[in-house]
Design a binder for this molecule. Sequence first.
Ligand code: COA
Length: 259
Amino acid sequence: MDVTYETLLLEVNEAGICRLTINRPDKMNALNSQVLDELDQAIDQIEVDADIKGLIITGTGEKAFVAGADIKELSSLDEETGKDVSRKGQDIFQRIEDLDIPVIAAVNGYALGGGCELALSCQIRIADQNAVMGLPEVSLGLIPGYGGTQRLTETVGKAKALELIMTGRFVKADEAEKIGLVNSVSEGSALEDAEKMMAAIQKQGPLAVRNAILAVNQAGKESGYKSEAKLFGELCATDDFKEGTGAFLEKRKPDFSGK
Ligand code: COA
């Protein structure tokens, strides 16, 4: 990869797993407009690079995943610019949700406000034991504006989402796991657990993994069941399906070609 960023680190390992690190350590990796613009560019790059098989998002350092949108920038918004900034953040996070490769957030510390919303746009969240999550926008006289009112509600249900959004209180890792805000809390390193989970996913049929993401992303929509049947049918016509079922019946491990 030859694009360089000032506020992001992008590394792709030999297995095609891309690690995207939000890198503004002196500001707790807060999302200013430069980080958002660079995230948008990074997604452009990830979308077209067929060698990238999975994405892990994390933050630099041991204290913060992302401590929120940049409050200094927020402080000068008015009604029009506020709406624009919200839409811009929503669009970028929607692009993350729409990726058809596995996307895991390794939550390595504070994930507040826009940081929590970034984690929520990933398919799976794994937390370090020191993770602290929350949507404290009400303390700034705001509501979450990068999709958090929608995705937190989908993730933890309406009552818990409203509790967290209206009080703005912080949730530690154990509670985050209990309410389903994170999939698991790592006993060691969230990043290493995310890498292990990616490796387990990479052993499966790649077309099936992609269609699983597309199908689950339709959940709750009217067209969800229809999409599931279409995506299921598509897979039945693939070499991977023949290989996967054949390998089971022949009592051997499958060797998927992604075709
Ligand atoms: N936007 C802009 N700057 C931020 C920031 C944010 N969301 N979060 C942290 N920072 C900056 C601080 O201003 C400070 O900068 P400085 O050294 O130039 O003064 C630096 O990051 C370190 O943060 P600090 O507050 O000193 O660290 P801490 O360990 O005492 O507290 C937090 C950590 C995360 C609890 C605290 O920074 C915080 O509450 N941040 C805001 C969280 C928030 O409301 N996010 C939602 C925004 S929508």
